[in-house]
Design a binder for this molecule. Structure first.
Ligand SMILES: NC(=O)c1ccc[n+]([C@@H]2O[C@H](COP(=O)([O-])OP(=O)(O)OC[C@H]3O[C@@H](n4cnc5c(N)ncnc54)[C@H](OP(=O)(O)O)[C@@H]3O)[C@@H](O)[C@H]2O)c1
Length: 419
């Protein structure tokens, strides 16, 4: 039986979950993989009352973990700069790395993978995207014969959980607090709800599938905090759900990369994935559309992804480059140059009879209105709900800023419709 000697850095939610899972599921791990995972040392700058490390050696300076005889460093401290330094030092010393840290890979992936390649060291990161739900090794290995043309999905469990609960009538803030208590939300929830967590993940997938750089060039990122309860009601009347979707797709000339809320038809697979689950749709030439869904956060799911990397590592005989595939010189398209249909919610005290002033702005900007509905919010306030035809993003932005200048307009919100 192979033995893998492990040093863990960080002693928080994921690290303690990993420790417990390795102890609790020892029998399964051994019988399924013929590998014994041995935790030699833990880098923890303080104790965690939720987990007793028993007799395992504890290093208060996490960098000292690298001075022990280990085959792999498991980086679970999160954050960017200290994690980068730790990972690079580990690679320099010839110690393989497993990380769940999407932020450090997003910002420094190219540097990390290229040093790993030079030093003949593996950097594995299955749980950095969708925790234990398999996607990284699947893209790298199982789909290696395929030409992938598009990856899209709900990549942030917290956002999907909050939006699913709001669809059932729950309040945004209450649901966020519950998600934090359950350990679904990251330490800083703004990363989840402002879209950066999903953006980091689609950046990593795009790099793996299409060779975009890490960090990628600028792309459009928007979170979920402007979505209101009524938006779900108005969207549902037309057969849509609201999701936070991250997309990377390839065309001949360029790459589309974006992460933002969308209205998505209830007939689509992704619209029906509720709760903390992550869901990904991959389009390839050989197998068509492939769907992967599962828990995308939490101790147990992340431990599952980290352990899959550890087992993979002990099975690797010949060196396979840990660096992401080919690099692409294709430009990332600006969101302004993409075309969408849109859902628009205008809060106004203008009466239905005086809609002409708003309609004129749409006409001037050549944005065709497919459907319009008036919703009374109070005696003097309505929500005008508009569904548009396909148009360039930049034309809609101009149209919205002109509508915002009109008298009696309280707010204008638009959500793209994913066709
Ligand atoms: N939570 C999830 O569901 C999930 C899912 C997938 C991936 N991940 C990723 O897994 C990683 C860990 O997440 P987590 O939820 O376990 O975070 P966490 O609960 O905040 O734990 C982080 C741990 O790292 C330690 N740490 C942070 N910065 C450090 C530093 N500069 N030096 C030494 N120790 C440091 C913290 O120590 P203190 O307690 O002293 O601050 C804590 O023990 C992150 O990269 C995250 O993105 C998490």
């Amino acid at each position: 039986m192979n033995k893998l000697k492990i040093g863990i850095c960080g002693w928080g939610n994921v690290a303690t979950g990993l420790y417990k899972t390795i102890l609790d599921n020892q029998k399964e791990i051994k019988s399924n993989s013929n590998i014994k995972l041995e935790i030699v040392v833990i880098g923890a700058r303080r104790d965690n009352p939720k987990c007793d490390p028993q007799n395992t050696i504890i290093e208060r300076d996490i960098f000292n973990v690298l001075n022990h005889e280990i085959d792999v460093l498991v980086e679970l401290i999160g954050g960017v700069e200290v994690a980068r330094e730790l990972i690079l030092k580990s690679i320099e010393k010839g110690i393989n790395v497993v990380t769940a840290n999407k932020a450090v890979l997003y910002h420094h992936g190219d540097e990390i993978f290229s040093l790993a390649d030079k030093k003949n060291v593996h950097v594995l990161y299955e749980s950095s995207v969708c925790a234990g739900t398999p996607i990284i090794k699947m893209l790298h290995e199982e789909l290696a014969a395929n030409k992938v043309s598009r990856i899209s999905g709900m990549l942030n469990g917290t956002s999907n959980f909050i939006l699913s609960e709001m669809e059932e009538g729950a309040d945004f803030q209450d649901t966020l607090k519950f998600a934090q208590k359950e350990g679904y939300a990251e330490a800083d929830p703004s990363f989840d709800i402002e879209g950066y967590d999903a953006a980091h993940k689609i950046g990593i997938l795009s790099s793996l599938a299409f060779g975009t750089s890490l960090p990628p060039d600028d792309f459009y990122i928007e979170g979920i905090k402007d979505i209101e309860a009524n938006d779900f009601i108005y969207a549902a009347e037309e057969g849509f759900s609201i999701k936070h979707l991250a997309v990377s797709s390839l065309s001949e000339e360029s790459i589309e990369l974006r992460a933002h809320p969308v209205l998505i038809s209830n007939s689509k697979y992704l619209a029906n994935l509720k709760g903390v689950r992550n869901g990904i749709e991959i389009e390839t030439d050989l197998i068509g559309k492939l769907h992967v869904a599962g828990s995308g956060a939490g101790q147990a799911s992340t431990a599952s992804g980290v352990i899959s990397d550890l087992i993979y590592l002990s099975n690797i005989k010949d060196k396979i480059s840990s660096e992401n595939k080919h690099k692409s010189s294709k430009q990332i398209l600006k969101i302004d140059d993409l075309k969408f249909e849109n859902y628009i919610n205008i809060k106004t005290s203008i009466s239905e009879d005086n809609f002409a002033s708003i309609e004129q702005v749409f006409n001037n900007n050549k944005i065709f209105i497919k459907k319009i509905k008036w919703k009374e919010l109070s005696k003097n306030k309505s929500a005008v709900i508009i569904f548009t035809d396909l148009h360039f993003e930049k034309d809609l932005n101009k149209c919205i800023s002109e509508i915002e200048q009109l008298d009696e307009i309280e707010s204008v919100k638009s959500i793209r419709i994913e066709s």
